[in-house]
Ligand binder design. Structure first.
Ligand code: PEP
Ligand code: MN
Length: 285
């Protein structure tokens, strides 16, 4: 049991019936605003790569540039990201195309650096239960006036996911973007057909429970670029306020998450179709 109903959580609809809207200046995320698209490579691989990618995702109609500088890899000898210099490249590319940026803080040590260099502090799935990190992220987010994008823990129940968001809210930061990114079930039995199991049904459930904006990440949810467009449409029609889509200029040769990244051309196609489905995407507000 949890105390969500007995004691209204700050993230709950009981606390605020009104949707939380995050204002990025040229566009807004949440409420009745058109879907916001976050796009960019899994990892920063180099300065020019990021500048070129930034230009093409902007051209495709994306709003926010993503790229990991510190990568939380399951194995220590896999590419770990470029580190701090990657955040500099991201900041430079974002500025060049006039897009807000987001990148993951993989540990408490990196929170301040990410808050200084990026527009959004991203907390990844593996830190869904790092309660001290969640609390510290809240203080740093407020100190720098930045929102937090919180991914669902890969094995987190809906209550555990909301609990993680409440840890952030309890320390004062209510500018939280919830990001669904698939959960772990029987993928191994399916022999690599998919990486996680998409949790699109959690979108309307969370919409009933929380006023926070909810976005969906079809890239990690599937691990399979061939189904990223279908999942994107399903998530938007299920009520997602936006999408996070890993996009790479040459996906097959990406240094991390190669099977799930789409090309800028596919991204443009997805955005165009969503525009036809619900209107206004890619145009800001
Ligand atoms: C990412 O978005 O780069 C990432 C590592 O995602 P997740 O935490 O969902 O695995
Ligand atoms: Mn990735």
């Amino acid at each position: 049991m949890n105390d969500y109903y007995s004691r209204p959580w700050l993230v709950s609809r009981k606390y605020s019936a009104q949707d939380t809207v995050i204002n990025f200046g040229n566009f807004k995320l949440g409420g009745k605003n058109p879907p916001v698209i976050i796009a960019g490579p899994c990892a920063v691989e180099g300065r020019q790569q990021l500048i070129d990618t930034a230009k093409s995702v902007k051209e495709a109609g994306a709003h926010i540039l993503r790229a990991g500088a510190f990568k939380p890899r399951s194995h220590p000898y896999s590419f770990q990201g470029l580190g701090a210099v990657g955040l500099d490249y991201l900041a430079e590319a974002g500025e060049l195309v006039n897009m807000p940026t987001e990148s993951e803080a993989v540990g408490e040590t990196y929170l301040e650096l990410v808050a200084q260099k990026c527009s959004i502090i991203h907390i990844g799935t593996r830190n869904g239960k790092s309660f001290e990190l969640l609390k510290k992220a809240s203080s740093i987010a407020q100190q720098y006036g930045k929102p937090i994008l919180l991914k669902r823990g890969e094995s987190a129940t809906i209550w555990e996911f909301l609990g993680a968001a409440e840890y952030i809210a309890s320390q004062g930061c209510l500018d939280i973007i919830l990001c669904l990114r698939g959960i772990r079930t029987y993928e191994n039995i399916d022999n690599g057909l998919k990486r996680y199991t998409s949790d699109i049904d959690s979108i309307p459930i969370l919409k009933q429970l929380t006023h926070l904006p909810i976005i969906f990440d079809p890239s990690h949810a599937s691990g399979n670029r061939s189904i990223v467009p279908a999942l994107s449409y399903a998530a938007i029609l299920a009520g997602a306020d936006g999408l996070m889509i890993e996009t790479h200029l040459n996906p097959e040769n990406a240094m991390s998450d190669a099977p799930q990244q789409v090309t800028p051309e596919t991204l443009a196609e997805i955005i165009k179709t969503i525009d036809q489905l619900v209107g206004c995407v890619g145009k800001g507000t």
